[in-house]
Ligand binder design. Structure first.
Ligand SMILES: NC(=O)c1ccc[n+]([C@@H]2O[C@H](COP(=O)([O-])OP(=O)(O)OC[C@H]3O[C@@H](n4cnc5c(N)ncnc54)[C@H](O)[C@@H]3O)[C@@H](O)[C@H]2O)c1
Ligand SMILES: [Zn+2]
Length: 343
């Protein structure tokens, strides 16, 4: 179940109109990137009162302090105050950075989030994490700050590039695997093209909300959301360092297979389930040539989730639940990468 301030509907215009009818703001600005300006803004423009536009370049490489300076400068020029509204229209980058700039400008102005990617609707928009990358570190600077509302319009997904949609699908698969066996069965019985996105977004967002409500600052339970991400992040960072971009979801897909193998080795996941998980994920995401484990281990040792020199992972416990802070050895990681490569 979602709280009242998180709403999912098909059309953005009606959604925004309803929200604005019960609110009043001194000023309104929309922050969009160059793609959401083109594809998403026209879908809600008519529902907006008089407003200003803040347009930022698209892409993770712009989720940094330089772009924040542009945003804060614009808010200053526009004389925004604490009764003003910044509306974030975009994927996880606009959401994280727009939310961060709003939370820190004059110690906090209202931020309304309208996520436009599957990843942002099913995952990133929920949980109040905002922030930017700093030097080579992802999400190094940030604060926890909830938007005043999150309005999810599934119509936005119609223009989302297919590879972006598939990348977000990895998080949807992850959420089902660690929370709901029935949902996992439903998802894995259909191909990527046959999924019912509205139902999956509702399920994923509701699940994430239920977890972050119980553990907002990731002291324990919230760590289960990191399933697939220890190896996934390491692979993503490694390839980024080599100048080879990989979609986040593709890396998480590899991570989910390898980490499911580790769960199997530890007696947490039976062999038929491991087989079903691996087969389905590989059917959706193409296979990736992995670096050697020696290349990945130093990156894995840097993971925020570790304690001291111990590598800790969130692992599935059967399909439909998960455990966290499970120590994993370098040998287990090596074997898991070999398992993935042998598939
Ligand atoms: N705050 C959190 O809890 C959390 C969780 C997961 C990920 N994230 C962050 O989210 C970011 C990734 O989010 P993302 O995958 O949404 O990336 P993104 O915001 O870069 O969007 C992906 C691309 O799709 C384009 N786009 C967005 N919506 C579109 C639409 N409807 N039609 C056409 N094009 C569209 C964007 O312009 C961009 O080029 C990362 O920075 C990650 O760190 C945050
Ligand atoms: Zn992720």
């Amino acid at each position: 179940m979602l709280p009242d301030h998180i709403v999912i509907q098909s059309g953005p215009e009606a959604l925004l109109k309803t929200f604005l009818s019960s609110q009043s703001f001194t000023k309104v600005a929309v922050i969009a990137d160059e793609h959401t300006l083109l594809h998403c803004y026209p879908l809600l423009e008519k529902a907006l009162p008089r407003h200003e536009m803040i347009v930022i370049p698209a892409g993770e490489e712009h989720k940094n302090l330089d772009t924040c300076i542009l945003i804060w400068q614009k808010l200053t020029d526009l004389a925004f105050d604490r009764s003003s509204l910044l509306l974030g229209l975009g994927g996880g980058v606009v959401g994280d950075m727009g939310g961060f700039c709003a939370a820190t400008f004059k110690r906090g102005i209202h931020f309304l989030l309208m996520p436009t990617t599957l990843l942002a609707q099913a995952d990133a928009s929920i949980g109040g994490k905002t922030g930017i990358d700093f030097q080579y570190y992802k999400n190094q600077i940030g604060v926890f700050q909830e938007p005043i509302a999150i309005l999810m319009a599934t119509d936005f997904l119609k223009t989302l590039p297919l590879l972006e949609l598939r990348s977000g699908f990895a998080e949807v698969i992850k959420h089902s695997m660690i929370s709901d066996q029935v949902m996992w069965e439903e998802i894995s019985a259909r191909s990527f093209n046959e999924q019912n996105w509205a139902a999956l977004i509702l399920h994923s967002a509701s699940f994430k909300y239920s977890i972050v409500k119980k553990d907002p600052t990731e002291k324990g339970l919230r760590k289960i959301l990191n399933f697939g991400h220890t190896l996934g992040h390491a692979l993503e960072s490694y390839l980024l360092g080599k100048g080879n971009r990989i979609f986040h979801g593709e890396a998480v897909a590899v991570g989910m297979i390898a980490e499911s193998f580790i769960a199997n080795q530890k007696g947490l996941l039976n062999a038929p389930d491991l087989e079903r998980i691996s087969r389905y994920i590989i059917s959706v995401f193409s296979k990736i040539q992995l670096p050697t484990y020696r290349e990945l281990i130093p990156i894995i040792l840097q993971d925020k989730k570790n304690r001291g020199a111990k590598i800790l992972m969130a692992l599935p416990k059967g399909i439909g639940s998960a455990v966290w802070d499970i120590p994993v050895s370098e040998e287990e990681i090596k074997a898991s990468l070999e398992y993935y490569s042998s598939r």
